[in-house]
Ligand binder design. Structure first.
Ligand code: KG4
Ligand code: ZN
Length: 344
């Protein structure tokens, strides 16, 4: 089975061809970093236009590189949400047109499900159920992944996502956009104990996250002029990691029967984050699984793979009039948590 995947929910335009036996036959990603850099963040209208310009040539390229045509594909999978709605619509409408023209099934994929199942694309031995820390620019959640389409959210952020905190720290330290990798690079040369920063919600009963107070403290530390930027970056990264560890540990206390701790999403590309979580998993006697960094940040292979998993699990194809969704929680039964700017 060969599935074409399309991703356009934020600032990466991507297409990929993936087989049911976990081969990424071809993939292409066009980053929009240059287009958004002058604004220090993703501008939705610019993103939507860039997706519209770049997507069709990218799809042509992966088909050409793989030496196949649409007729050789068994399904067309595209992110249908959550994300910036203009970009999601570009990808979904394109997928609908291709599915209709080729008379192949359309698979409307939840972007978060793409992240959640991506570790199984990288690791055939990863079985359900597993504990998943999903850490990206828009989300910070702890999920019990029971099976394809079965996700129980145990915790989420009550304010900012952890990737957002990395991006804002980068902005405060004038490191440019995108921020996460830049903070990681600068932090490598700094002292993680140099600046005293808060660890919001550390030790609290519910395993939820909070990063807004940490970001404000970074701003005050930078404004004070007392600290080297590398020390601020390292201290921020250290505080963020301690929060992730403590909260993940708390959630694991509530999950029986899982064999693995899995991390996915853009922040999972961070080496220190991976090493810290690996230590936590080892201490709990759990396997640790993290996809290679290129599968952690947004990509289309994970969308194609989620489509393959859904088909294999017996989920039906989606109708051609399915709508794009700006918000689409993985666990619809999860209770909203109190706090400003709750992320879906
Ligand atoms: O999953 P992703 O590519 O897009 C979303 O769905 O949000 O995640 C992007 C986020 C950004 O906030 C980015 O700064 C962060 O992941 N990120 C990192 C690193 N690479 C990407 N954060 C920390 N360290 C990194 N190396
Ligand atoms: Zn993502």
């Amino acid at each position: 089975m060969l599935v074409l995947g399309i991703e356009s929910s934020c600032d990466e335009t991507a297409a990929a061809l993936v087989t049911a036996d976990r081969r990424i036959v071809a993939q292409a990603i066009a980053s929009q970093d240059d287009a958004h850099a002058p604004y220090g963040g993703v501008v939705p209208e610019i993103a939507a236009r860039a997706h519209a310009e770049r997507l069709a040539p990218l799809i042509e390229r992966v088909l050409r590189e793989a030496g196949v045509t649409l007729a050789d594909c068994d399904a067309v999978a595209a992110t249908a949400g959550p994300g910036l709605i203009g970009g999601v619509m570009v990808g979904l409408v394109t997928a609908k047109a291709l599915a209709m023209a080729s008379e192949r099934p359309l698979l409307a994929i939840n972007h978060l499900e793409g992240h959640a199942l991506s570790p199984r694309l990288a690791d055939p031995a990863l079985a359900f159920p597993y504990a998943l820390l999903l850490v990206s620019g828009g989300h910070c959640q702890l999920l019990l992944v029971e099976g394809v389409g079965r996700y129980r959210r145990l915790a989420t952020t009550i304010d900012d996502a952890v990737g957002e905190a990395f991006d804002k720290t980068a902005k405060i330290l004038k490191l440019g956009f995108p921020g996460g990798p830049a903070v990681e690079r600068l932090a490598a040369g700094g002292d993680p104990a140099a600046v005293r920063l808060p660890r919001p919600l550390l030790g609290s009963e519910e395993p939820h996250f909070s990063f807004a107070g940490l970001k404000s403290a970074v701003l005050r530390a930078a404004d004070s002029g007392l600290h080297a930027p590398a020390d601020i970056a390292a201290s921020f990264q250290q505080a963020a990691i301690e929060c992730l560890l403590d909260r993940t540990g708390r959630a694991l206390d509530r999950m029986g029967g899982v064999g693995a701790l899995v991390v996915a999403g853009g922040v999972a590309a961070n080496r220190r984050v991976r090493v810290a979580l690996e230590g936590l998993a080892a201490a709990r006697g759990l396997r640790f699984v993290a996809p290679p960094p290129a599968l952690c940040t947004d990509n289309a292979a994970m969308i194609a793979w989620a489509g393959i998993e859904r088909l294999a699990a017996g989920f039906p194809a989606d109708p051609l009039d399915i709508a794009a969704r700006p918000r689409w929680p993985l666990d619809p039964a999860a209770e909203p948590v109190r706090g400003a700017g709750v992320k879906a």
